[in-house]
Design a protein around this ligand. Structure first.
Ligand SMILES: O=C(O)CCC(=O)C(=O)O
Length: 259
């Protein structure tokens, strides 16, 4: 059985890091698959849910594309790996693991603030979900050094009330740092420094962000949002009222562990 690092505990700190569990060839194939998706080549014939970047856009911007696993079978193969599912079940102490959303966050060498992702907790974007039983696994598809703009986590922030004024899409980190200081004083921030193939897991309530990539090579994250048997749908009106109906379709939302 694989165990997370001894220093950070998902239940206590709101995040943890896992050792490498994927085989090297699968990682490389998935990375190539993501590059195809980024360039608009979908070997399954299925389009991504949303593209926040298109060929021809500023190459120093964060390339974020939602649900790339539907578009490329090598990306699908990586995130549906059985040992990955088992490791997530072990860390979250769950009976089932279902992937309901995913995104690639490919961060090329940044210019100015172009690589900044603002402080946020994932749950703020998911009104249709309970907060319990919801987690994100971030698979490193490149080595992630301090200079490459790693995801960084605020320890124990999963126990906080919502902090207003924070947002993934807001690149003004100094202003957000001020807000955090106002609400919580000095916080403990931990960088997700990972080797290619390693994984971080955080709760949907853990505040996290990332800064510029100052390395020459891109910093690549395959972000897997998953729910466990403890997650509950919350009825919402409007645009997202049917959004989670996709849970019934395993070709979109695969179970990767059933205990
Ligand atoms: O990859 C990043 O820099 C941000 C990713 C993120 O916000 C997430 O994994 O929820």
């Amino acid at each position: 059985m694989l165990h997370a690092d001894k220093h950070h505990n998902l239940q206590k700190d709101g995040f943890t890091f896992l050792p490498k569990i994927f085989n090297e060839d699968h990682l490389i194939s998935a990375r190539e698959g993501l590059w195809r998706v980024i360039n608009g080549q979908y070997n399954t014939g299925i389009e991504p849910e949303t593209r926040f970047w298109n060929p021809g856009d500023d190459p120093s911007k964060i390339i974020k594309i939602d649900k790339p696993h539907l578009c490329d079978n090598k990306v699908w193969d990586l995130i549906t790996d059985k040992s990955f599912g088992m490791a997530l079940a072990n860390e979250t102490r769950s009976k089932t693991i279902q992937i309901w959303h995913a995104q690639v966050v490919w961060k090329p060498k940044s210019k100015g603030k172009s690589g900044n992702a603002g402080w946020h907790r994932d749950a703020q974007y998911w009104p249709f979900w309970s907060t319990s039983g919801l987690f994100t696994a971030w698979i490193a598809l490149s080595d992630v050094s301090l200079r490459s703009g790693p995801v960084r986590f605020i320890s124990k922030s999963d126990k906080w009330e919502d902090v207003p004024g924070l947002d993934f899409f807001n690149k003004n980190l100094p202003t957000q740092d001020k807000i955090l200081k106002e609400y919580h004083g000095k916080t403990k921030v931990v960088n997700g420094l990972l080797k290619m193939g390693q994984i971080s897991i955080h709760s949907s309530l853990t505040y996290h962000s990332s800064t510029a990539n100052l390395e020459r090579d891109p910093r690549i994250g395959m972000v897997v949002h998953f729910c466990t048997d403890k997650a509950k749908r919350v009825p919402v009106a409007g645009e997202y009222s049917q959004y989670l109906d996709q849970l019934l379709d395993e070709a979109r939302a695969p179970f990767i562990y059933i205990g």
